[in-house]
Design a protein around this ligand. Structure first.
Ligand SMILES: [Mn+2]
Length: 334
């Protein structure tokens, strides 16, 4: 089967990116903080191709550990949590939407001469300067990485196909979200011809497969959930003390705000957390559903965050009470 491609980006953009990569010798790959399935899998797909054309030339960077549910991906143990002082000539950044989410401000300041290539499907406006492969119509960054391979006629392995399908499945909620297009399904269909299956991926990535400790934490989060009838906002929270009290690991909380956003009475949902290692900071994870017509990225922006219309996040210096009060006030006008 031939690789198909219908991205609205010009083919020339993809071949220019290809040439940029080809002429670079030492390359860093990075994604946003709290790395997710799409960012990690997109990085791993490109990394494996780079290893095949210039072995040892690329470095996978993530300051934070990648989620344990992604450990099945090939080369997932190749991630490094620091950037060595080598003479890199290209940094490729994936799926981040906003440069502040890369957590690399000081590194970029010290290495401003290094070229930067972005692969992303988040809205434009807050990306790194440099070369952009940004397609906001793509379901996932992984879909865009597939387009990059397709346009440049790069054949790829079953392992790479496994990574790309993982990115697509995790960012589309296993083809349930509104970002699925005919092209998404064509790409997925091609990836299946490489011998990967959705079952083998979903077994690791589906968020309803959770350790018992994680379910107990969800139980507590559900008990605390408030639904503001005026705004339709459902919210729950964990304080820094709760993290030690309930033995909360960050990954336990993945998917919780999606659960709340599915409540029929809610228009949007947010999980607020104070992390013990970040005193004075509140993080918010926002979700809504297509038919509820609530753009959570507008809400996230008011707290210095961002993301997609149905999935966004923020990180703000404030108290939990203040954030809740501001959330309820600002949601009235959405
Ligand atoms: Mn993504």
């Amino acid at each position: 089967m031939r690789l198909s491609h219908t991205s609205y980006l010009h083919n020339q953009k993809f071949s220019e990116a290809y040439n940029l990569i080809k002429r670079s010798r030492h390359i860093i790959l990075a994604t946003h903080e709290s790395p997710d399935g799409d960012g990690v899998a997109s990085m791993l797909a490109l990394y494996q191709w780079l290893e095949s054309i210039k072995p040892g030339g690329a470095l996978l960077y993530s300051k934070e550990p990648i989620p344990s549910g992604l450990a099945f991906l090939p080369e997932s143990n190749a991630f490094r949590d620091s950037i060595p002082p080598e003479p890199f000539d290209l940094v490729i950044v994936f799926d981040y939407g906003d440069k502040s989410r890369l957590g690399l401000e000081s590194w970029f300041k010290a290495n401003s001469h290094i070229e930067c290539l972005t692969f992303d499907h988040h809205p434009l406006g807050r990306h790194m300067s440099g070369f952009h492969l940004i397609d906001t119509t793509a379901s996932s960054t992984a879909e865009l990485v597939y387009d990059f391979f397709a346009v440049n006629g790069i054949d790829f392995s079953k392992d790479i196909a496994r990574c790309l399908l993982t990115g697509i499945l995790t960012d589309t909620g296993t083809f349930k979200h509104s970002n699925v297009t005919p092209h998404t399904l064509r790409v997925a269909s091609f990836l299946l011809t490489k011998g990967v299956t959705t079952r083998e991926i979903v077994r690791h990535t589906e968020t309803n497969i959770r350790p018992l400790d994680s379910l107990r934490v969800w139980g507590e989060a559900i008990l605390r959930t408030q639904l503001d009838h005026e705004t339709g906002l459902a919210y729950s929270f964990f304080t820094a003390n709760d993290f030690s009290r309930y033995g909360i690991k960050k990954e336990y909380l993945d998917g919780f705000s999606s659960l709340l956003s599915a409540i029929p009475e809610s228009r949007a949902a947010v999980l607020l957390t104070e992390h013990p290692e970040e005193p004075g900071i509140v993080r918010g994870s926002l979700r809504s559903e297509y038919h509820k017509k609530f753009n959570v990225s507008e809400t996230a922006k008011k707290f210095g965050g961002g993301g997609h219309a149905l999935a966004s996040s923020f990180r703000v210096e404030a108290t939990l009470d203040d954030v809740i009060e501001r959330l309820l006030k600002s949601s009235k006008t959405v």
